[in-house]
Structures are given as C-alpha cells and as structure tokens.
Design a protein around this ligand. Structure first.
Ligand code: ATP
Ligand code: MG
Length: 330
C-alpha cells in the first residue's frame, strides 16, 4: 500500500497534444512522477461534451493522447494511465455530486462561459454545462491531492474543492480537498498570437510534429508587424516568437530581445534559435514515441492495465461514498 500523495490529471482526446499542454501541465506531471503516485487519464466522456457528433476519431485520439503523455516522459512503469468512460463509478459520483451544485453556479463559471463562446453554443447542453462536476468525480474517485492544470481549469478546481467540503459536511469526511498546481506558464499563447494554444483551435506546435513542420510553423509565426527589415528596431513585447523564447529558451531570451530592440538580429535568425531550443525539447520525445510505437498493442496494454487498477480504487471509494450517504442498503 502506497503512502505517497496522489496526482491526477487528464487531457481530452480531441487531437494531438501541443507545447501548451507541455508547459501548462505535462512538465509538472513528469517532474513529480517519482514523488507522487501519478494517475493520468484520457477524458473521453469530457471530449463528448463538444465532440459527441464526431466519435469516429475517438478511438485513435485516445491512443494519441496516451502516447503523447508517454512521449513527454511520463513513464508508464510509474504512472497509471486510464480511460475515463471505462470507470463507471465516475458517472455514478457525478450523479451524486450534481444534486448539490446549482445550475447558476455552473452558468457563471468563467471557463464554461469562454468555452461556450469558442464553440458557438447559444444554448448549452446539460452534459457540457455539468462537465466541471464530472471533473470533480475524476479527481475524487482516486482521492487525488494535487492536480497539475492550466489556468483555464482554476474555476473548476475551486468548484471541486467546494463540492468536496459540501460532501464532507453533509455526510462524512471521506474526501481529501485537492489542490491545483499551476506551472510557471499556465497559458501559452498560440501561433496566431491571439488565443491560447489549443488543440481545437489549429494554432499549435504539436509534440509529435517532425522538425521540418516545427520549423515551418515557427517561420510563419507572428512577429512584430512593424518590423520589415532585419536592421529595423523591433518590439519584442509584441512578438510571439519572443514569448516562446522566454518559455523554451529562457537563458538566451534577454540577449535576443536586446538585439531585436537595437536591430542587430533579424527575425529569421531569431526564429532559427527558437527552432534549435524546441528541437532540444522535442527530439527525445520523438525517440520515446518511436520506442513505444515499435511494439504493436503496447499502448493498449498500458491503458487496459491502468484502467483495471483505477477501477479497483474507484470501487473502494464508492463503498465509502455510499456508506457515508447511507445508501448502501444490503
Ligand atoms: P480543446 O481545445 O479540445 O479544449 P485543449 O488544447 O484546451 O483542447 P485540454 O485537453 O482541454 O486541451 O486541456 C488539457 C490540459 O492542458 C488542461 O489542464 C489545460 O489547462 C492545459 N492547457 C491546454 N492548453 C494550454 C495552453 N495553451 N497553455 C497552458 N496550459 C494549457
Ligand atoms: Mg480545453
């Protein structure tokens, strides 16, 4: 029996993971995997909240997300990988928690508001509106202590903590109150320089992009629009490439920004430096990816054994939950 504290995080299988995921959440997961008992799940039910009409890609995306995490360095020997929809206790817990969360609380959640605009929902489905409750079930079935997330998830984490306190007060104190873990870069901007890098937004550099694709994307990235010639004096603070340097090439960034300001480095050379730093990060990921795809069925095995382990924990928690709620009848 482990006495280590537990981490839980997940990603929606809505496409390939990108650099935003890496700096916002994956990096922390990788860093803490030895210290914490780590659970990473593929949030396929949550993907359905926006992708329920496009289930044909789900099976491939589930594997893609797991492989992206493994490639990022979350060792499947240490981390439990599982699939959300294969833990029915999560749906059960969601139903119980939903009794004491008001519709208004969900409607006023800033992330729900922003996302419903992004997806163009004039009218929200019941499932979409309630996904933060489902997230609470994800986090609490395994009694996670720490949840590494991007800043868009903070309102959901606050709700989770509220639900936990409410449950413990109403019934019995069986659930620990989880903490969000934000990274130094909780919101990485996309290549368009406008929205956050998002897999549904088509503005990302993916962890699985080959080096030629990374170079192509970096070369097309928005820089200071007022800068035409390499000798023009630039304004790094409005340049997306400069933002990426500060995240992925922090040691060189101050010098590069200075040279941009005095017109002694051009955008082409500056972008080359960024590509080199990104290669340092992505090349080892490509190697791990190749290793884990070499043996067919390996990702499926990891997901199946992890799901079986998570299921046992869920069943144990459900016993405590039903007991606390006085609904274990026989
Ligand atoms: P989608 O557009 O389909 O919602 P997404 O790119 O937002 O996809 P999610 O699966 O919703 O990805 O998010 C997974 C985790 O990654 C969350 O913790 C989220 O906060 C974090 N994350 C996503 N995008 C970024 C980003 N650009 N910067 C930092 N963290 C991010
Ligand atoms: Mg998202």
């Amino acid at each position: 029996m482990t006495t280590r504290k537990r981490i839980l995080t997940g990603d929606r299988p809505t496409g390939k993971l990108h650099l935003g995921h890496y700096v916002g959440s994956l990096q922390n997961r990788v860093r803490l995997q030895d210290e914490y008992d780590t659970f990473v799940f593929v949030a396929d039910v949550q993907a359905l909240t926006t992708h329920f009409e496009r289930t044909d890609r789900l099976a491939a995306d589930v594997r893609q997300v797991a492989l992206d995490n493994i490639a990022a360095g979350l060792d499947p020997e240490k981390t439990t990988y599982f699939i959300q929809s294969m833990i029915p206790e999560i749906a059960e817990l969601t139903a119980f928690y939903s009794m004491f969360v008001t519709v208004n609380t969900l409607r006023h959640n800033p992330t729900i508001k922003a996302e419903s605009q992004q997806y163009g929902y004039a009218d929200l489905s019941y499932g979409f509106l309630g996904y933060p409750i489902s997230q609470t079930a994800d986090i609490t079935f395994c009694k996670a202590d720490l949840v590494p997330v991007g800043e868009d998830q903070l309102p959901h984490m606050e709700l989770t903590r509220k639900i936990v306190r409410r449950f413990n007060d109403l019934y019995k104190p069986v659930l620990p109150e989880p903490q969000a873990l934000l990274s130094d870069c909780p919101r990485l901007v996309g290549l368009d320089g406008k929205a956050k890098m998002g897999k549904s937004l088509g503005n990302g550099i993916y962890l699985s992009d080959p080096s030629a694709v990374v170079a192509e994307k970096v070369n097309a990235a928005l820089t200071d629009p007022a800068r035409v010639r390499a000798s023009d004096k630039g304004t790094p603070s409005v340049c997306t490439v400069n933002t990426y340097h500060s995240v992925f090439n922090a040691t060189e960034q101050p010098d590069l920004a200075e040279r941009c300001k005095n017109g002694s480095i051009g955008c082409v050379a500056c972008k080359k430096r960024l590509c080199a730093s990104l290669e340092d990060l992505l090349a080892p990921m490509r190697e791990r990816r190749a290793h884990f795809t070499a043996k067919p069925g390996q990702i499926d095995e990891i997901l199946q054994s992890g799901t079986a382990k998570a299921r046992l924990i869920a069943q144990e928690t459900m016993r405590e939950i039903r007991d606390a709620m006085q609904i274990s009848y026989f």
